[in-house]
Structures are given as structure tokens and as C-alpha cells.
Ligand binder design. Sequence first.
Ligand SMILES: [Mg+2]
Length: 128
Amino acid sequence: MTQNKQKKDKGDAEKMCNLLSLNEYQKLAKRTSGAGGDDVERRLMVSALGLAGEAGEFANLVKKMTAHGHPLDVEALGDELGDVLWYLAEAASACGLDLSAVGEKNVEKLRKRYPNGFSKERSLNREG
Ligand SMILES: [Mg+2]
């Protein structure tokens, strides 16, 4: 192994250690939770509306890029994705779900649906 490869591997490992898990993010997001109060139904309503609103902001940036000729603004898109993530974490918390468990379950579902990666054939003829 070359010295450059070792440095790269060490850098990648350090980055991996510094990544925030979904559950850690969910805990941190709770710091600014509260608009929905303690009522589960209200929290779900606020998080559902928030998810739709922030997804709409993301879509609007993409629309401006494709239909109005705005330049690709990755930073703005990332900001909106962060807002979507916050409401996703809030929705999971309101349901009493761990965001990591939600992610793992989704990955498992997609692994069963598309065992060799996405395929149009499996998409057209899927069962679940
Ligand atoms: Mg936003």
C-alpha cells in the first residue's frame, strides 16, 4: 500500500467517524422541536405540512433551474434537503420511531424489491 493510499484511507476513516447517524441527528433535531406541542396528532400534522412545504421549496429550486434557466445551486438545494430531514426526524419522533430504524427498514424493502439494483422490469412487475 502506498503512503498516499494510506493517507486517503485514514482520511476516509476519520470522515466516517465524524458522520452523524440518523438517530444522532434525530436527537439533535429535537432541540428545536415544539411547534406541534405534546399532542401526537398535532405534531404529525405540523411535521406532515412541514415535510410537504420543504419538499416544495426543494422542487421550486429545481423548477427554477429547469424552467427559468437559474444556475444549479447545490448549497441552496442542500439547505432545503436539511429542512426536509428536520421535518422527517420530527415526524419519526412523533410516531415514536427511530430514524435509523426507518432507514434500515426502507433499505431492506428496496433490497428485496431490487436485489441487483434498480430494474425497469422489476419496477413494472413488482408485488410490494
Ligand atoms: Mg426551507
